[in-house]
Design a binder for this molecule. Sequence first.
Ligand SMILES: CC(C)(COP(=O)(O)OP(=O)(O)OC[C@H]1O[C@@H](n2cnc3c(N)ncnc32)[C@H](O)[C@@H]1OP(=O)(O)O)[C@@H](O)C(=O)NCCC(=O)NCCS
Length: 151
Amino acid sequence: MIVRQALAADLPGILAVEREGMPAPWSRHLLEAEIFHPAARLFVAGKDDNCTGYISFRLNPPEAELLRLVVATANRRHGIGRNLLESGLKNLTGCGARVCFLEVRQSNIAALALYTRSGFRKIGTRPGYYHSPQEDAVVMQYEMNELPEEE
Ligand SMILES: CC(C)(COP(=O)(O)OP(=O)(O)OC[C@H]1O[C@@H](n2cnc3c(N)ncnc32)[C@H](O)[C@@H]1OP(=O)(O)O)[C@@H](O)C(=O)NCCC(=O)NCCS
């Protein structure tokens, strides 16, 4: 499975994954703005214009923030999310990031398990951070050079 930096041509594929895979998908307008934002780093899983998942970061060295990670429902539990996450973190490390932060819904068992397994650790909570439905966010931090050894 190939993970590559997203291009403008990936917008329709990313949008399709968002709409299919997220209960509150990002709009085309928001995604377009994100792809072209100077601090944005987006990666997609899939060859050519195929997209089975994507990840979106903001990079402001030495800090990075993970904004979004979505894998198409039919492609989950095949290592794509983990591959996107770890490939993205490696790329950001090469670009000067030393720490990466994220927020995740406390009920999101799948994402929490993936982040923990990939080396993120919980550093706090933000009460009532999410709306529709309202929920606390778990704040997690990843320090670069903590990627687990290849299995
Ligand atoms: C979270 C998400 C990206 C995981 O993607 P994925 O490709 O299915 O994840 P992987 O196959 O790489 O899983 C890697 C590890 O994460 C954990 N994991 C993934 N999905 C899980 C689930 N449903 N339940 C428990 N653990 C899970 C497991 O430890 C898994 O390793 P294993 O399969 O060897 O047990 C995917 O479920 C998704 O797109 N969810 C909706 C969007 C979302 O919630 N994004 C995060 C917040 S923006």
